[in-house]
Design a protein around this ligand. Structure first.
Ligand code: 6PG
Length: 237
């Protein structure tokens, strides 16, 4: 895989560097196009990054923030990615939530996906069939090599025409809504943040193994993809 790989001593350093790069790209994009678009992941890893971003003095005016994926749970649920993002970024950085495009996890999955796709189309001014081009998509990686909510063997891993869809993650018994590969591959910048020894095995396969996005969806990349990892996650490389 020909992505750039930056290795840091600690998860905190990797998260802060990924967050700082995110802000740099957003600042530049806003200067060029008066607005910038960011899609952020959930799970646990990004919390450190969001906390670092919130500690920087950054003007969020003109920045539209979207979700890479969401669990189909209410926004105040412990498993809600929105809840974690709201606590560690939106509230902490004083971001106006009108500029956050939330997946309505409290709705039925297919309805939540339909509404989210309409929201993205409207925000990007897309005609039917067009895909959004995000300035930054920040992604994580699971120990099984999944990214977003595209898990190994997920049929939609082959979908390069859709914007987002509802998926069922059997091993977690969770319905989710996720951006689809066609959108992930079009991002102007993709920043992947993966830390901790539990990611080491998957990272070795994703970064150094043969191309196999069906089984390793974290191999989806856009032209400018940078991995931010810590030494623990890089231990097998
Ligand atoms: C989610 C995320 C998911 C995440 C990976 C890594 O909803 O869980 O969007 O794709 O990035 O599962 O999760 P951790 O950061 O918790 O290891």
């Amino acid at each position: 895989m020909d992505a750039s790989i930056l290795i840091f001593d600690t998860p905190e350093e990797a998260a802060a560097a990924c967050g700082d790069r995110t802000l740099e790209i957003l600042e530049r994009a806003r200067r060029e196009r008066a607005r910038a678009t960011l899609a952020v992941s959930g799970g646990s890893t990004p919390r450190l990054m969001f906390e670092a971003m919130s500690s920087r003095s950054f003007d969020w005016q003109g920045i539209e923030i979207f979700q890479v994926d969401e669990r189909c749970v209410p926004p105040d649920h412990d498993l809600s990615n929105f809840r974690m993002i709201r606590e560690s970024l939106l509230i902490a950085a004083g971001i106006d939530e009108r500029h956050f495009h939330r997946v309505r996890g409290e709705l039925a999955p297919e309805e939540a996906a339909r509404i989210y796709v309409d929201d993205i189309r409207q925000s990007f001014g897309l005609n039917h069939g067009e895909l959004p081009v995000f300035d930054v998509i920040q992604r994580g990686m699971g120990p099984d090599g999944h990214t977003a909510s595209l898990f190994p063997g997920e049929p939609l891993t082959g979908d390069r025409t859709g914007i987002a869809a509802a998926v069922y993650v059997a091993k977690m018994m969770q319905h989710r809504v996720t951006l689809l590969p066609g959108v992930l591959e079009r991002a102007r910048n993709t920043l992947c943040l993966a830390t901790g020894k539990e990611k080491a095995e998957a990272l070795l396969k994703v970064l150094d193994g043969p191309r196999d996005p069906w089984n390793l969806p974290s191999q989806f990349a856009s032209t400018d993809t940078v991995w931010y990892i810590d030494k623990a996650a890089s231990v097998l490389r």
